[in-house]
Design a protein around this ligand. Sequence first.
Ligand code: SF4
Length: 255
Amino acid sequence: MKHVVLFSGGIGSWAAAKRVWARNPDELILLFTDTKTEDEDLYRFITEAADNVDGELVTIADGRDVWEVFFDNRMIGNTRADICSRVLKRDLARTWIEDNCDPDDTIIYMGIDWTEAHRYERARPRWEPWRLEAPLTESPLLSKTELFQWATDNDLRPPRLYDMGFPHNNCGGFCVKQGHAAFKNLLEQMPDRYAYHEQKEQEFREYVGKDVAILRDRQGGDTKPFTLVQLRERLEQSGEQLVLDDWGGCGCMVD
Ligand code: SF4
């Protein structure tokens, strides 16, 4: 039986793989889809994580980064239409699995946990005819803190983005599905990376000639595009007083 873990580089995908490893699999494959937008420390983590579970790390990539996909399709991904994760992750992973895995002899795993069990239920029919499992939705149920401790107990240093306050290790702390608070964190933790995405968003707006943006602003009752430039300027004007709590979600493989 072949066991294929959809390996994002997040702590959950390692923990899911660790649970599969504990079942003594004949063949354990960690399938990593590289968006070419990743944090540099992700590559350190996935290599060490694969060693930790005796898994074969298989890396596949379209070759473009998320902005190249947005320009090529003349649209920025968003929570309703995440073209980046469809093109750079889901379609690629699906094609690789169709080419390399027999549904009668393969189980696919994802790293979502019990707090996101609804997403697992949504994803399961989409992966048919392969069987999809989410080991972290099974007992014993572990918190994120316990997952980090488990990794540390295995001499595995979690990806650095978590220590920097990011809730995920996708696309280097950037995500078109994340909210204002997550972009604020990106600005504070990695201003150069924020500036890069701010610049790409401006270039994209000029390219399509439209008032489009990753974020939305709902102040004043209307909902309108809200650029990363506008968010930065609002944060600079408000200083420490602006409290943001909309972190948003990022579920590349399930949505
Ligand atoms: S993490 Fe966000 S920006 Fe990156 S591919 Fe997934 S949905 Fe797109």
